[in-house]
Structures are given as structure tokens and as C-alpha cells.
Design a protein around this ligand. Sequence first.
Ligand SMILES: [Zn+2]
Length: 264
Amino acid sequence: MGTNISSSSSIQPGNWSFILGAKVPHRVRVFAWRVCRGILPTLSNLHRRKCQVMDICPCCEMHAESDMHILLECDMARQIWSLSDLPWGIIAGWHGSAEAWIRHVAFSLDSVDYQLFLVIACLGMKIQSASSSSTTWNPPPNGVVKVNFDGAMLSNMCGVVAAREAIELVAHGGWQDVILEGDCAQVISKLRNPCTDSSLISSVVYDIKLLCSCFHSVSFSHVMRTGNRVAHTLARLATFSLEGSVDHPASIIPILVAEYSAVA
Ligand SMILES: [Zn+2]
């Protein structure tokens, strides 16, 4: 069956040569490692780590966003795999853990196809994350409150501080089921990630996660700038105000009406 890194010894537990020996970009090896360790920032993993999030897949909105769902089982993932010439029978012919799946494919494909498999899996997940970002504002489900935030400045620190203020506002309002939405992809990614990081904004991210623990459920949603116009406009107006804040300015009403009309 397999050759080189796909040798039968590579499927033995504790032997990580099927990842370490793969001739793929470093970030793809890191991705494969995270899959095998079960630390992908999927909604199901966040849920398992006691984060109060709704774990429904944002792509199909039908199943929990588990590792294997986002990598293989979601319709979006299947469409991505169908674009490759890799043998679907091997890719889909395993029903078990994500680590066992990768070991199975490493053993079953030759080196070149296996490396292509890793790259597609990594890119596929990025595509799914990007495609689940809406370009328009959408209302939350019944009983859930959505709060949009924007830092006005193109910096992660501004974005994450705005996110903390937004979640504090929701906490004071007494709402229990919350969607926190913004257009800063890196901030949303860090909020979704169950691991702590050492970036400059990590302490604020930690504050937000701590605040989120008091809600019944919280999810973090990325929206494109075009779907975050009200929050963006308010943030810009606040930047230019002497008080650093604005209170229901009339200039956002046309934007509100346009966004509401688009979804009504
Ligand atoms: Zn799905």
C-alpha cells in the first residue's frame, strides 16, 4: 500500500512520522497535529471545554461542528474533496476519530497523494471558515441576542477591546443566549480558540471568555465589513466625538433601515 511516510509502522500509536515526515508547509503539519490532538477550534471542541457556545455548524446549520464534520462530513467539505482526484473511497472510508482517519489515509495513499490530502484538508477548513462569514447582517434566532462590535481602527487591540465592551453591555442587560459578531477575523478566531495564546491581546481575550462563562450560551460570529456597517459607523463617529462615545445618532438610521430591509 503506502510508501515512505505511509509505511505500516507510521500507523502505530506514538509514531508521528506520518505528520513530521510529510513534505508539506509547516503550517499544514501544525494543522494535522492539531487535528490529531483534538484541539482544532471547532465549535464542538469549544463546547467540550465548557465554553458556553452553540455548536451547530455555521455552514450547513444541521449538525454539530465536530472535527470530522468540518473535515469530511459537512456538505461543504464533501464539495471541496470532490474537486480533487483523490480516491473518495479511501478519504471517506473511515469512521472513527480524526487522528485515526489521518493515520488511515497516510497508510492507504502514496506519499504524494497523502501530502495533497493534508494540504486540501487544511485549505478546506480555511475555506469553510471564510465561507461561513456572511457579507450581510442577519438577525439572530428567536430568543438570542446578537451584539455587533467594531474597533474603528484597523488593529486587533481596538477590535478586542470593543468586543469586551460589547459583551459587558450584554451581561448588564441580563441576556443569556448571545451571539457576539464582528468583522475582525483574528479577534473572532482567538475568541473561538480554546487554547490561550501569547499575543498582545491575549489578556483581553481571556477577560471576554471569563465574562462569557456567565451566559447560558455564546457563539462568536465573523461577518464581513459590509455586514457590520452599523457598528462600524458608530465606532467611527465615537472616534471623532469629544466624549469618545455617541448616543443613537440620526445618521445611522438609513443604514439600519437598509440592513433591516435586506433581511425582512
Ligand atoms: Zn456542516
